[in-house]
Write a protein that binds this ligand. Structure first.
Ligand code: DOR
Ligand code: ZN
Length: 346
């Protein structure tokens, strides 16, 4: 039986760090295990210019504990007013690694996102020219589209037309949750990648809704049927270079999760690597964890893989804190619903 696993230090290709007190409270949770992370720009107000990204990066660096080797990879929030020159300068200077597309109204702090995709066509063309990847929150927001169908409909109505109209645009389908997402990503060629979260490998929609509503399992895109979770498991554990880890770890205080209209987001930064080792072992794919968490992401982004290593060991139950305390109030750590035996040793 394998009880030690060594892999290159992992990266998180989709992370919410927030700002201020929350940033200071949650940043160490990611920096403890990950070398780099793609930082989501959905602050209030959002990170829309190169200057915003530089200032946010400085705030993140200031929030990290002394001596942390963590590198935040910054993104811009695409709006209908994004200036292609500012974007190209920020990308050329190495200040940003990608640009994030939120359909307006799709999720937390997405009000400034894109409603009319024709308006961002010139920016997308410029991105294709300079090789800047587009990270996509792939859900339509039309009220007549069922929330469980929003990803599949987005692929058909929005993503595929954008990709056909913009050859060479490199796209990351963020946090895919469906079999349709897996199949579209697999068929997309070298310019298309897809991230998968830790929690979507573990929960399906029953976990949210059966036997009482569980606000801490509510996120967007919402978890789907079991057959979709299994498709995500097959994709993540396959070693296919298309798929890589983006936790979408998204902290909200318990007070904001437990409202009559609670926030979307699962906070998995603290225990992600233990959960992933459990999942990959269960699927007989421990040897593929490194590809998913440490290799496929940098390869897609054209960045070097990390030189450092992480060792996980299997033993007695590992107890993680139920909550992270923040000055804004506690943030609940994602509960996978099973005991964790894999511990990050170093
Ligand atoms: O569950 C989510 N939470 N999905 C998102 O797309 C945004 C995120 C957040 O910012 O809280
Ligand atoms: Zn996200």
């Amino acid at each position: 039986m394998t009880d030690t696993l060594t892999l290159r230090t992992p990266d998180d290709w989709h992370l919410h760090l927030r700002d201020g007190d929350m940033l200071r409270a949650v940043a160490p949770e990611t920096a403890r295990h990950f070398a780099r992370a793609i930082i989501m720009p959905n602050l209030v107000p959002p990170v829309v210019t190169g200057a915003d990204a530089a200032a946010y990066r400085d705030r993140i660096m200031a929030a990290l504990p002394e001596g942390t080797g963590f590198t935040p990879l910054m993104t811009l929030y695409l709006t209908e007013n994004t200036d292609p020159d500012d974007l190209a300068r920020a990308y050329g200077d190495g200040l940003i690694t990608a640009v994030k597309l939120y359909p307006a109204g799709a999720t937390t702090n997405s009000a400034s996102g894109v409603a009319d995709f024709d308006k961002v066509r010139p920016v997308l063309e410029r991105m294709a020219e300079i090789g800047c990847p587009l990270c996509v929150h792939g859900e339509v927001v039309d009220s007549d589209v069922d929330i469980f169908d929003r990803e599949a409909v987005f692929i058909e109505r929005v993503l595929d037309p954008i990709r056909r109209a913009t050859p060479g645009l490199r796209v990351v389908m963020e946090h895919i949750t469906t079999e349709q997402g897996v199949e579209y990503a697999q068929a997309g060629g070298d310019d298309l990648g897809a991230t998968i979260t830790t929690h979507h490998l573990v929960i399906n929609r029953n976990h949210i809704l059966a036997g009482g509503i569980k606000p801490h399992y509510y996120c967007l895109p919402v978890a789907k049927r079991e057959e979709h979770r299994l498709a995500l498991r097959r994709a993540a554990t396959s070693g296919d270079p298309t798929f890589f880890l983006g936790t979408d770890s998204a902290p909200h205080t318990d007070a904001n999760k437990l409202l009559p209209c609670g926030c979307a987001g699962c906070f998995t930064a603290t225990n992600t690597m233990s959960i992933l080792a459990h999942v990959f072992e269960e699927d007989g794919a421990l040897d593929k964890l490194e590809a998913f968490a440490s290799v496929n992401g940098p390869n897609f982004y054209g960045l070097p893989v990390n030189e450092g290593q992480m060792t996980l060991t299997k033993g007695d139950v590992v107890v993680y804190p139920d909550k992270i305390d923040t000055p804004d109030g506690p943030v609940t750590v994602f509960d996978p619903g099973f005991a964790l035996h894999w511990r990050v040793a170093r």
